[in-house]
Design a protein around this ligand. Structure first.
Ligand SMILES: [Fe+2]
Length: 354
């Protein structure tokens, strides 16, 4: 077995030649560089506070019995004997949940030759495992997609779901010329980008599932993306337990105010684990934070760390919906978004509970 290095954002993993591995933060490694020892006394002559806030590695590899790291900010090459790393390892054989997945094939269902009922059955069957299903329409289908909506809703009802009417109505038409909804004063009815969010975080019990059915794609743009907030929370917890604790215990205020609707709710952004996990994530319905002064900095750090994790395209399922395609997702677990667009994009939305 030969030694190997795996580089991650702000840490790296060393696989030792005798088996096993250990994880080290880049900051810890640079802080412990043996070029910062006094040549005569071998005492450390630097403090970690003198290092840049964020460290990056230009190159890392194994050279004989040592780990070599070339640092991006000053080009220094640090050398760490593998034996020394084994002796001082503080995360030996650490096992950590991976970042949120992005391979669309995990959640995409090819609808060729499948009836509407069968497509719905398959979507429901994978919901618990992946939190979402992107379902393609049979390309042979010639009916206008808007004529399929009621059949789709009926098929989900037959699969055990209950339609949840909201202040948007029973079936919501997301289009820029919507005139049927009393509350069109929201981003969803514009052609602007809408970044990752969950729907209706200001309700005590936000709808569990949302169906989005594409009726007419945009002329340009309007792509959809999803991020698994549950996977992100588990991943963040393994990297930064303090951030996870803040996100799961600090109550923030959601305030939705529209022409004919208003609701205020205070709740943490993340709650629960496993099947009872629930994210409330909505930058456009958050009230200004009112936290104790001494907590504001650490709160922003925690929030932004989670946000950067899910906003990484490599942590997102990204796809374009064609007319008749639909996506079903768990609105407690998955964050959803769309890019800005031009043209007469028309998507229908329906909420369900189990
Ligand atoms: Fe939404």
């Amino acid at each position: 077995m030969t030694a190997a290095v795996e580089l991650h954002d702000d840490w790296l993993r060393v696989r030792f030649p005798r088996g096993g591995h250990a994880d080290f933060h880049l900051r810890w490694l640079r802080h412990n560089c043996d070029r910062d020892l006094h040549p005569a006394t071998r005492e450390r002559v630097t403090c970690s506070s003198e290092l840049p806030d964020r460290l990056a590695v230009a190159r890392a590899g194994v050279d004989g019995d040592a780990l070599l790291v070339r640092w991006a900010h000053d080009g220094r090459e640090s050398r760490y004997a593998l034996g020394w790393l084994e002796e001082h390892a503080y995360a030996r054989d650490r096992v950590a949940p991976p970042p949120p997945p992005s391979e669309l094939a995990r959640i995409e269902i090819d609808g060729r030759g499948l009836s509407l009922e069968e497509r719905v059955r398959r979507a429901l069957a994978q919901l618990d495992a992946h939190g979402a299903a992107v379902v393609r329409r049979d390309p042979g289908e010639t009916r206008p997609a808007e004529q399929e909506t009621e059949g789709l809703v009926d098929a989900f009802a037959a699969g055990g779901l209950r339609v949840i009417g909201t202040h948007f109505g029973r079936i919501e038409d997301l289009r820029t010329d919507n005139t049927t909804n009393a509350n069109t004063d929201q981003l969803g009815y514009t052609d602007a980008p809408v970044d990752l969010h969950t729907d209706q975080p200001f309700l005590e019990a936000p709808p569990r599932l949302q169906l989005l059915q594409a009726i007419r794609p945009a002329a340009a743009g309007g792509e959809s993306y999803l991020a698994d907030a549950r996977a992100a929370a588990e991943h963040l917890r393994s990297l930064d337990e303090a951030a996870w604790t803040l996100l799961t215990t600090t109550k923030v205020r959601f305030h939705r105010k529209q022409r004919a609707f208003e609701k205020i709710l205070e709740a943490p952004l993340l709650e629960g684990e496993g099947a009872s996990f629930r994210a409330r994530w909505s930058y456009f319905t958050l009230s200004p934070y009112r936290l104790p002064f001494a907590q504001m900095e650490s709160w922003y750090r925690a929030h932004d760390r989670f946000a950067r994790l899910v906003r990484e395209p490599r942590s997102q399922y990204r796809f374009a919906l064609r007319a008749g395609d639909f996506v079903l997702y768990d609105n407690h677990r998955m964050l959803h978004a769309r890019t800005g667009f031009s043209g007469a994009r028309w998507v229908r939305g329906v909420y369900f509970d189990r």
